[in-house]
Design a protein. Structure first.
Length: 213
């Protein structure tokens, strides 16, 4: 099963990717994570990406696609994968197609901007290990303390309402058009916002025809 998870920032793509990777037995691949890994491992495209990152510039599409192609060629992706955070734009989607990367489905998590702003204001991230929490949806056992490593939790700067509003504007301008792009290829599967993480997972499995997993 080769999937893309689409949706605005805060829609729950990372959380669902984490759940689905266990259910489907395929790796979840986050753009940010593989970029950092490629840089750390000193791969050719990782070194190119590092040049841009060190200069404070956006990593160009061709470098991002190169890093993704490197990652998808690894053995654990042979049976499938879940892409989270890429493609972000139609040119990136076209570049993936040109690179021969094919998908079984593109799952779009549908949620309103107002709900996103409210949801992200409650997000907290461990400053030590990066584990995400939510004050109501996934609260830590001890307020302000990570369950995994005991590190302090914080509200990230890009989760503040004014920043979220700006990120949503960019999403609607650059990423939302991907829905029509993939709908034209009969790959789009829309999942309306659900009341819980578990209900969202169940709905995703349903639209993929895998509800018996």
């Amino acid at each position: 099963m080769k999937l893309i998870l689409l949706g605005p920032p805060g829609a729950g793509k990372g959380t669902q990717a984490e759940v689905l990777t266990k259910k489907l037995g395929v790796p979840a691949i986050s753009t940010g994570n593989i970029l950092r890994a490629a840089v750390k491992n000193g791969t050719p495209t990782g070194l190119r990406a590092k040049e841009f990152m060190d200069a404070g510039k956006l990593v160009p599409d061709e470098v991002i696609i190169g890093v993704i192609s490197e990652r998808l060629s690894e053995a654990d992706c042979a049976k499938g994968f879940i892409l989270d955070g890429v493609p972000r734009t139609i040119p990136q989607a076209q570049a993936l197609e040109a690179a021969g990367v094919v998908f079984d489905a593109v799952v779009s998590l549908e949620i309103s901007d107002d709900e996103i702003v409210e949801r992200m204001a409650g997000r907290r991230v461990c400053t030590s290990c990066g584990t995400p929490f939510h004050v109501t949806g996934r609260p830590p056992k001890q307020d302000g303390v990570c369950d995994v490593c005991g590190g302090p939790l914080e509200l990230r700067a890009d989760d503040k309402p004014e920043v979220v509003t700006s990120r949503l504007r960019v999403y609607h301008e650059e990423t939302a058009p991907l829905k029509a792009f993939y709908a034209s290829r009969n790959l789009l599967r829309e999942v309306p916002n659900q009341a819980s993480i578990e209900a969202t997972t169940a709905r995703i499995l349903c639209v993929l025809g895998l509800e018996d997993l």
